[in-house]
Every structure is written in structure tokens, then in C-alpha cells.
Design a protein around this ligand. Structure first.
Ligand code: BG6
Length: 469
């Protein structure tokens, strides 16, 4: 029995992203986003036009079923619900001056429903869904003009929802641009043709845009709390050889840099060294340097797995299904998609982040993507997903222990609290939810929703504020 408990007001909930659950990809004036032409996620190049095999075009039809789905979240006792706003619903091309009223009205309806159930919204402003026009015409974040377009977008959101939404995340997994420049940074140039100079300039533009959004929120929505959002992957040395320890530290630096800028307001020395060694000269204006000083209120992150690093080229293999690359850990088991499961890594990471930044932390994604089997129990369709319960339980125990270590943790939202389309592989069979959605990878299915065994487990956990772990 642990002596640690979750704090009063801990924000339990679930997380989603517009392109992975809404569908309605062309309704009510919405423009195309990059996701509408990414039918296979990041495992194949984008198509020229939306194609019928792209599950995201209809996804799980949250656009029409949001009230029913939010009622299910309320039944589990959610305190918060993380969702993203589709940029191309608000600015169909991305570079217009005036927002699309029908797009804004949709999120008003979602917020109404959340308010009705007393669920705190947690909004991601940009979650892997850059308007396609911005990707094709400007090459996404490679262009400085995106900073201004994003600023207009943020202004529209803060003006419309600033009094209703307290928690905002500027960019989903901002550091993933290093590995997935199209999905993360809307950069249309194929990854293999993209120069490091352009990639790092795009990173700079996003970091400036993120800080500018924080600055704008302070003016337009003073009650708002702004967070950055990182893809977190603790990197262990493969062996105790100091060369491996240094290699692991350097791999972590590549990701820490994004949090350091958000929390400290300037580039860290090791990052500037990387630029020098790569021969990259960033265009950083004096105004950029001032804007970067607008640091965040909290740090949020996704956590699914850890990786290893080694200095020995002969041992430098790459783990399967692992977005950041990295060497597999011989001591860990993996999910069906090759993601290595490491609850202790979450405690290590929470301690690291807290010691490094001294900002409240928020776990805004965690979960197990697995193939589920729909069965009938007592006349009800359900999924006996004990494997998911085990995964979540073990990670929450690690989070609780980190709280005991002194970490200030605001909340925990499981990824894909309702089954949705996966980001990396664009499948529906990779399920994370407490709620099963009847839709298959070939697009067939009724879209009906069913409570899994984990649904009741999470409901009881929230009701006890974590005591049933
Ligand atoms: C995160 C993303 O990387 O991981 C989500 O923010 C994504 O959009 C989640 O869905 C799980 O990854 P995947 O590829 O299994 O959907």
C-alpha cells in the first residue's frame, strides 16, 4: 500500500485529436488538412487528393455524435477532456483574414456539452492537422509566414473561447517535427529532400509561434494556462559504457531543447552547439528573441515508451514502430506494434522534467494500442481488455509514486479514450479506447459504441481519485 495519493482536483480524463475522430472532413466550410491526404499515416507518402481508403475522412463521426460520446465520458466521471481544434475548420486555407463561423460554432457546441457535464476542456490548438493549402503553398512551418497565420488562428480561438477554456496546448508533440516533418510541421517537401537548415528554421518558427500564442493569451484570455506539449521518450544508455551514457544524454538533448526553450525562454547551449556543428545559421530576429521569453505555465507530454541509445554503430538497431528511432531495450516487452512498455520510465521521466523545469506537469497521452475482440457478456457487447487495464494501472502507479517523489502533476488523460484512427499507421484496428467503436480498417462497421471492461475500471478509479489502483 503506497503512502501517496493523488491530489484533490486531479484532472482525470481522456485525449483525442480532431482529424482522428471527427470525420466530416469537408462539412460546413472546412478546408482540407494534410491528414485528408495521408491515408496511411506516416508509412506512405501523401496522395494528391482525398481518397476513399482514408479512414480519417469519416473517422468515428464525432462531428455528429459528440453529445453521445461526451455523455459516455461523463459516465466514466471525466474531469477533463482533451480535444484539438481542426485549424482548417476555422481557417479553411489557413491564410484567410476572417474565420469560418460554422467551424467556430461546432466547437461552441462541443464546449456547451462539456459544460453541461462539468468537464473541463483541454484544447490542443494544432494537432498534426496543418491546413493543406499552407503545406502546399508555403511548405508549412518552413515558411516564416506561418507564424502570422497561426497568430490569427490563435486570436480567433482566444477571442471566441478564451472565457470558456482554461487549459491550452500550443502544438501537439512539437519535437516530433524532427522525425515526421509533414505530419508534425506541415512541410510538403519529402523528408529525404528536406535540408537540415530548412528543418531547423521550421523548428524555430514553431517555437516563436508557440511563445507568441502564450503572449497573446496573456492579453486576450488572462485566466488561460498555456502549456507546451512534448513527445516524451526517456533514453537509456544501452550499456554502462560512458560513451553510451553520453550518447543517451545527447539523444535526450535533442528533445529537451524544445522544453528548455518553452520553459526558459532561450535556446540552450547544447542546441546552439548542434547548430554550429551542422553548419546551420538560423534566421533569428531580435523580435524573435523577445517573443521567446513568453514561457509556458505548464509542461504537458505524451508517454508511451522508452528507448536506448549507444555509441557503438554495430549495436545501433532501430526499434519497430518507434517514431523517435532508438535502440530497443533488451529488458522490456513490446506492444503488438513494437512499442516497448516501461511504466518505470514514466516515474523517471516525471522526476527529470520536474527537476529540470520546476513547472507543473500534465500527462496528456498514455495508453496501449491493441487489437480488441468484441464479445457478448450477459447479452451486452463488450471487450475483455485486461491487457489495457494492466498497462494503464502500472503507468498510473508510476505516476502516483512520482507524485510521492514531489512532482507537481496536474492530471492524466489517456490517449484515444474512445477508439479512433491511429496517427502513425491510420488504422482503426489499433485501438486505445475505453469505448469500442464498430468500424474496421476496410471502412465497414455501424459506428455503434460499446463499453469495454476498462470503462468500468476507469470509472471506479476516477470515483476513488486513484485509490483503487
Ligand atoms: C501520439 C499522437 O504520437 O501518439 C497521437 O499525439 C497518436 O495523435 C498517439 O494517435 C498514438 O499513436 P498511434 O500512431 O498509435 O495513433
Amino acid at each position: 500500500m503506497s503512502s501517496t495519493t493523488f491530489p484533490e482536483g486531479f484532472l482525470w480524463g481522456g485525449a483525442t485529436a480532431a482529424n482522428q475522430l471527427e470525420g466530416a472532413y469537408d462539412r460546413d466550410g472546412k478546408g482540407l488538412s494534410i491528414q485528408d491526404v495521408m491515408p496511411r499515416g506516416i508509412v506512405a507518402p501523401p496522395t494528391e487528393q482525398p481518397t476513399a481508403d482514408n479512414l480519417k475522412l469519416e473517422a468515428i463521426d464525432f462531428y455528429d455524435r459528440y453529445a453521445e460520446d461526451i455523455a459516455l465520458f461523463a459516465e466514466m466521471g471525466f474531469k477533463t477532456f482533451r480535444f484539438s481544434i481542426a485549424w482548417s475548420r476555422i481557417f479553411p486555407c489557413g491564410d484567410e483574414e476572417k474565420p469560418n463561423e460554422a467551424g467556430l460554432a461546432f466547437y461552441d457546441r462541443v464546449l456547451d456539452e462539456l459544460e453541461k457535464h462539468g468537464i473541463e476542456p483541454l484544447v490542443t490548438i494544432s494537432h498534426y492537422e496543418t491546413p493543406l493549402h499552407l503545406a502546399k503553398k508555403y511548405d508549412g512551418w518552413k515558411s516564416r509566414e506561418l507564424v502570422g497565420f497561426y497568430q490569427n488562428y490563435c486570436r480567433a480561438l482566444f477571442e471566441r473561447y478564451g472565457s470558456r477554456v482554461k487549459y491550452w496546448l500550443t502544438f501537439n508533440e512539437i519535437n516530433s517535427i524532427l522525425h515526421a516533418p509533414l505530419m508534425s510541421g506541415g512541410i510538403w517537401t519529402p523528408k529525404e529532400e528536406l535540408s537540415e537548415q530548412d528543418l531547423y528554421q521550421a523548428i524555430h518558427h514553431e517555437l516563436v509561434a508557440s511563445a507568441a500564442a502564450t503572449k497573446l493569451a496573456r492579453e486576450l484570455a488572462p485566466e488561460a494556462r498555456i502549456g507546451c506539449m512534448l513527445i516524451a521518450m526517456p533514453t537509456y544508455p544501452l550499456t554502462p559504457d560512458p560513451a553510451d551514457v553520453l550518447a543517451a544524454k545527447q539523444a535526450e538533448h535533442a528533445n529537451y531543447a524544445f522544453g528548455d526553450v518553452h520553459c526558459r525562454g532561450e535556446y540552450p547551449g547544447y542546441f546552439l552547439r548542434t547548430l554550429r556543428e551542422k553548419g546551420i545559421e538560423l534566421d533569428i530576429t531580435d523580435e524573435d528573441r523577445e517573443v521567446l521569453k513568453n514561457t509556458v505555465d505548464f509542461v504537458s507530454f505524451s508517454y508511451y515508451m522508452s528507448i536506448c541509445e549507444t555509441a557503438d554503430p554495430a549495436k545501433k538497431t532501430k526499434g519497430e514502430g518507434n517514431l523517435l528511432g532508438g535502440v530497443p531495450n533488451p529488458t522490456l516487452e513490446a506492444s503488438e506494434w513494437g512499442w516497448q512498455i516501461d511504466p518505470t520510465g514514466l516515474r523517471i521521466l516525471l522526476n527529470d522534467y520536474w527537476e529540470r523545469w520546476q513547472k507543473p506537469l500534465f500527462i496528456v497521452e498514455n495508453g496501449l494500442g491493441a487489437k480488441d475482440q468484441l464479445v457478448e457478456v450477459d447479452g451486452e457487447k463488450t471487450v475483455q481488455d485486461d491487457y489495457r487495464i494492466d498497462y494503464l494501472n502500472d503507468h498510473l502507479v508510476a505516476a502516483r509514486e512520482a507524485i510521492g517523489d514531489g512532482v507537481d502533476l496536474l492530471g492524466y488523460t489517456t490517449w484515444g479514450c474512445i477508439d479512433l484512427v491511429s496517427a502513425s499507421t491510420a488504422q482503426l484496428s489499433k485501438r486505445y479506447g475505453f469505448i469500442y467503436v464498430d468500424r474496421n480498417d476496410d471502412g465497414t462497421g455501424t459506428l455503434d459504441r460499446y463499453r469495454k471492461k476498462s470503462f468500468d475500471w476507469y470509472r471506479e478509479l476516477i470515483a476513488s481519485n486513484g485509490a483503487t489502483l
